[in-house]
Design a protein around this ligand. Structure first.
Ligand code: GRF
Length: 206
C-alpha cells in the first residue's frame, strides 16, 4: 500500500486481512510513504508490516523497491504523488486507488483531502461517496471498480462529510482489494472492468 497520510484505510485493510485469517488472498507485504512522518508508516510498523519512506525525489526507485519485495498488487490510499508511469504500466490492472468522491466529478490534480469535500458542498451535490478505481498515468482517471453513495446533508462541513465518506471507504476498499487479489476483479484489454457487480453498494436496488 502507498499512503501519505494518517493511514486509516491502511488500518481498515490490516484489520480486514486479519479477520480473513489464514485463507486471506491478500498478504500486506509493504507500505510505502513519501512522508517520513506519515501515520501510515507508524501503523504499518505497529502491525509488523515492512514500511519504507521513499522521498518524492526518489520516486524513480519505486520500481526496484516493488520488485525486491515481490509486490504483485498496489493499493493507493491517500497517496498524494503521481505514481511513475513505469509503475502504472507494469501494474496495469493490479493497481487501485480510493478517492473520496464520486468520480469523474470532484477529481484530478489538487482534488484531495478537504479540497474534495469543500468542492462537493460548495457545488450543492446531494450525494458523495468513495470511488475505487484502477490507476493509470493520470490523477483519478482510471476505470472505475466500485462507488458507494453517501448523502450530503445541509448542515455538513467538510469534516463531517469527510467522516461519513471515510466510513464507507473503510468498508468498501478492503473488499475491493480482497476481490482484486483473489482474481475476482479484472481489467480487460478494452479498458472495461469485469467482476465488480458483487461490489455494488448495498444501499442501491439491484
Ligand atoms: C481518504 O479519504 C482517501 O479517499 C483519500 O485520502 C484519504 C486518506 O485517508 N485518497 P487515510 O490516510 O487512509 O486515513
Amino acid at each position: 500500500m502507498f499512503a501519505s497520510g494518517g493511514g486509516s484505510n491502511l488500518q481498515a485493510i490490516i484489520d480486514h486481512v486479519h479477520t480473513l485469517g489464514a485463507h486471506a488472498p491478500v498478504v500486506l507485504a509493504l507500505v510505502v510513504s513519501d512522508r517520513v512522518a506519515a501515520g501510515a508508516l507508524a501503523r504499518a510498523r505497529s502491525a509488523e508490516v515492512p514500511a519504507v519512506w521513499v522521498a518524492k525525489d526518489r520516486s524513480h526507485e519505486l520500481g526496484g523497491i516493488l520488485e525486491r519485495h515481490a509486490i504483485t498488487h498496489i493499493a493507493l490510499a491517500g497517496y498524494l504523488r503521481l505514481v511513475p508511469t513505469a509503475v502504472t504500466s507494469a501494474y496495469r490492472g493490479r493497481i487501485v486507488n480510493v478517492h473520496p468522491a464520486l468520480l469523474p466529478a470532484f477529481g484530478g490534480p489538487g482534488m484531495y483531502g478537504h479540497h474534495v469535500h469543500e468542492a462537493v458542498i460548495q457545488r450543492g451535490a446531494r450525494v458523495s461517496g468513495p470511488t475505487v478505481h484502477f490507476v493509470d498515468a493520470h490523477y483519478d482517471e482510471g476505470p472505475i471498480i466500485a462507488q458507494w453513495p453517501v448523502p450530503v446533508l445541509e448542515q455538513d462541513t467538510a469534516e463531517s462529510l469527510a467522516a461519513r465518506v471515510l466510513k464507507a471507504e473503510h468498508a468498501l476498499f478492503p473488499r475491493c482489494i480482497e476481490a482484486l487479489c483473489a482474481g475476482r476483479i479484472t481489467l480487460g484489454d478494452d479498458g472495461r472492468v469485469h467482476g465488480a457487480d458483487a461490489l455494488a453498494s448495498p444501499q442501491l436496488p439491484a
